[in-house]
Design a protein. Structure first.
Length: 391
């Protein structure tokens, strides 16, 4: 009897492959040199090569889909890309086939829905841009026609003035000139009134368009679930602060925050409950920081807070305050019995800007400090001071 034990990695699939190799080895021992043994071994190798090729093809296609997905908060583009990255990672893992199939089917449906939303979004934006172009084109055409008519009227006026100069009677000459001057003044006043009206109309349209564009810009910077800044806006703020510090030194501190055991909440109570928790956390952070501090959803259950003007010491103090606020709060979900409440904790990594820092270096130190907080037991704050010297 063959020993179908697990591989050192503990995966069932790896154990099965080892078992098959042992089986082929036993066949070779019993039937050395037979055609049947060679065919079995060749078939196994062919199937393994085909499996590896198909896995590579699927992961490559998922990567291509990620690249075509627009990074727009309104479409939840960042979450969509993260979901595809997670699927690609799980495709190469040794998880049970049933779990991977369930994940793949769910993501396949998400891909179709996202593609339709993205097409709809692009169509809407094209319609808006066409409307803007149409407004500007009509305004230019109207202005051009108006100017041509105005120029023609002046040409007619100039011809009449030439005819007046041929008059011999001074009295008639003065009278004709007065009439022409008055007509010119009236034409100028009428032109000014029309121009003013057109300018006011265009100004109102431009103001409306600017307001709409500003709303779109604001929405593109906001996380659709929590209302705080999204990852792209966070990266922009970080780069702006670092660039500003090359001209004038101004300290600031970064807090990277991760909700402890958030996956358990999603698995136990469902993703809608997890979304409500994320929204509650964002509100807690708003209450805990100043109005000029920057709060962003860094990704998934991770948040980032930038504290302009704060030292590392003040950043650690603020992180501990946020940890205490969240740990001491209790949350009631619809999925829980009325008397049951949920408690949450956070792990926080803190790093301060150093002269000559790049944004990536600062984020890396905060991320390492966050990892240290997780490894140290969670529900705590760790800073770059706690890292080994090599970090």
């Amino acid at each position: 009897m063959h020993n179908w034990r697990r591989s050192p990695s503990g995966s069932v699939a790896a154990g099965v492959r080892i078992g098959l190799r042992q089986l082929m080895f036993s066949f070779r021992k019993k039937e050395t040199g037979t055609q049947e043994t060679v065919d079995w071994a060749s078939e196994l190798e062919r199937c393994e090569n085909r499996r590896l090729f198909l896995l590579l093809a699927v992961r490559t296609l998922l990567q291509c889909i990620r690249q075509f997905a627009l990074e727009i908060e309104e479409l939840n583009g960042f979450e969509f890309q993260a979901g595809l990255a997670e699927l690609a990672e799980r495709m190469g893992s040794e998880e049970k086939l049933g779990r991977i199939q369930t994940q793949f089917q769910r993501r396949a449906q998400d891909i179709g829905e996202f593609a339709e939303k993205q097409r709809s979004y692009i169509r809407d934006r094209e319609t808006e841009f066409k409307a803007i172009i149409d407004i500007l084109t009509k305004a230019m055409v109207a202005q051009d026609c108006e100017n041509r008519e105005y120029n023609l009227s002046f040409l007619k006026q100039s011809k009449r003035l030439e005819e007046i100069t041929l008059l011999d009677d001074i009295r008639r000459l003065k009278q004709a000139l007065s009439q022409e001057v008055e007509q010119l003044r009236a034409a100028v006043r009428a032109k000014e009134a029309r121009d003013s009206e057109q300018i006011e109309t265009l100004a109102r349209q431009v103001t409306t368009l600017n307001s709409e564009l500003q709303n779109v810009r604001n929405e593109s910077e906001r996380d659709s679930l929590t209302g705080v800044l999204n990852r792209r806006a966070f990266d922009r703020r970080m780069n702006d602060l670092v660039t500003r510090n090359t001209l004038k030194q101004q300290e600031f501190t970064l807090l990277l925050i991760d909700l402890d055991d958030f996956k358990r909440i999603n698995d136990t109570h469902g993703h809608p409950a997890g979304d409500r928790i994320l929204l509650a956390m964002a509100n807690k952070f708003r209450q805990a920081v100043r109005s000029d501090d920057v709060i962003a959803r860094y990704g998934g259950e991770e948040f980032a807070i930038i504290l302009p003007g704060a030292s590392l010491r003040n950043g650690i103090k603020k992180g501990k305050q946020i940890c205490d606020i969240v740990a001491s709060s209790r949350y009631r979900l619809d999925s829980l019995p009325s008397a049951e409440v949920l408690s949450l904790t956070l792990s926080i990594g803190v790093a301060a800007y150093r002269k000559g820092d790049h944004a990536a270096a600062l984020i890396s130190r905060a991320d390492k400090a966050l990892y240290l907080a997780k490894c140290s037991g969670k529900n705590r704050v760790r800073s770059e001071k706690d890292l080994p010297e090599t970090s």
